[in-house]
Design a binder for this molecule. Structure first.
Ligand SMILES: Cc1ncc(COP(=O)(O)O)c(C=O)c1O
Length: 371
């Protein structure tokens, strides 16, 4: 795929106001002036590759994605360093996961080079939108949808791949403070052989009921258990989950039901590098409660691009609550949060080859036309 990206810039008078108060950014509320889009059909492959002013998409009311859920997406961030550099973190992992999600849903894939060029070009064009305040970044949302107008259950022949970006602050109103998590004992997220490891809308639509229950009981997110025994810990709404028990760092294994998080993989690698004992193993909710009550479980935290590291202060399961680490952010969560955010902002030595500074790139395909 060697597709030139045609760029049509927004007219100056139509530019949106860039939010200036980083404390009010929240997450997923603001979008920049432009979006990237390209289209696929069997005859032309990916074509009509462009960046253009943000606007509502035009798709047929019969488009397959709207009726049968052929939709997959990704989430990554661009960071502004203190040195004014623009950094991406492990974007190749997001490209890989998007390909895997596409394959799982029988959708046309996007190759890594094309994905990277699209992300970098859009981020560079929208660089003024990257906030500079701590804990803020430009959130990047690549999406693939099946667009052919057809009613009937079969894979689409036509697709759109598009990317929107917008400035984001902390994902949780709590910021980097412990969150309260509700363990779902009835609703389940995914079963082996299902869609759990794909990043697709259905998984999130499906989670809304349990999320609503959690919220109405005063909790921030749902912790899912496995769908067969209702016993084994899986993941949190938009995060993978880690526990520290007797200095061992434990997270559930990738067995097809949870999202293979980029942050999860990074945390595992960093903890191993720090010489810690790390286990990817099944852990039951009973063990979590027992170890937390005995004091052996000293920390729990979620990991994800949006929240980075999110300490868990309270777990509630079947009406019983357990407090973890005196409801304070633990030392490992603190250390990881600090290290990861510094790494992502280009302030740490890039030991693992994860960070790419993109503002120095010469994007030669910037075939800009204004209009
Ligand atoms: C269900 C789910 N699990 C885990 C994660 C964390 O994944 P990552 O670290 O790649 O952001 C996310 C976030 O995308 C998610 O939606």
């Amino acid at each position: 795929m060697n597709k030139t990206i045609a760029i049509r810039r927004v007219r100056p008078e139509a530019r949106r106001a860039i939010p200036t108060d980083a404390s009010k950014l929240g997450f997923g509320r603001y979008f920049s002036d432009h979006f990237f889009a390209t289209e696929f059909d069997r005859q032309n492959g990916w074509h009509l590759t462009r960046i253009e002013p943000m606007r509502p998409l035009q798709i047929d009311a019969a488009a397959i994605c709207l009726h049968y859920g052929q939709e997959v997406f990704e989430g990554l961030k661009a960071y502004r360093g203190k040195d004014d550099g623009i950094y991406l973190f492990r974007w190749q992992k997001n490209a890989e996961r998007l390909r895997n999600s596409c394959r799982r849903l029988m959708m046309e894939t996007v190759d890594e080079e094309f994905f990277g060029r699209a992300v970098k070009t859009l981020v560079l064009l929208e660089q003024e939108w990257i906030p500079r305040a701590p804990s803020s970044s430009l959130y990047i949302r690549p999406t693939v949808i099946a667009t052919d107008p057809f009613l009937g259950v079969r894979p689409g022949d036509e697709y759109a791949f598009y990317i929107i970006v917008g400035p984001a602050g902390p994902y949780y109103p709590e910021g980097f403070n412990p969150v309260r998590i509700w363990v779902s004992s009835e609703d389940v997220r995914a079963v082996r052989g299902g869609l759990g490891e794909a990043k697709t809308a259905a998984n999130y639509a499906h989670s809304l009921c349990a999320q609503h229950k959690a919220k109405s009981l005063g909790y921030t997110q749902v912790l899912w258990l496995d769908a067969i025994e209702h016993r084994w810990v899986e993941e949190v709404g938009t995060m993978n989950i880690f526990f520290v028990i007797n200095d061992e760092v434990i997270t559930p294994p990738l067995a097809g039901t949870i999202l293979p998080g980029v942050t999860r993989d990074s945390v595992l690698t960093i903890c191993r590098h720090w010489g810690m004992k790390v286990s990817e193993r099944a852990i039951s909710i009973d063990e979590v409660f027992e170890q937390a009550s005995s004091g052996a479980l000293t920390e729990a935290f979620g990991t994800g691009t949006a929240a980075v590291i999110s300490p868990v202060g309270v777990l509630s399961y079947k009406g019983k609550e357990v407090v973890i680490g005196r409801n304070q952010t633990g030392p490992l969560a603190n250390r990881l949060h600090d290290y990861l955010t510094r790494l992502q902002h280009g302030e740490e030595e890039d030991l693992f080859g994860w960070v790419e500074r993109i503002d120095k790139l010469d994007i030669d395909q910037l075939a800009v036309w204004n209009g």
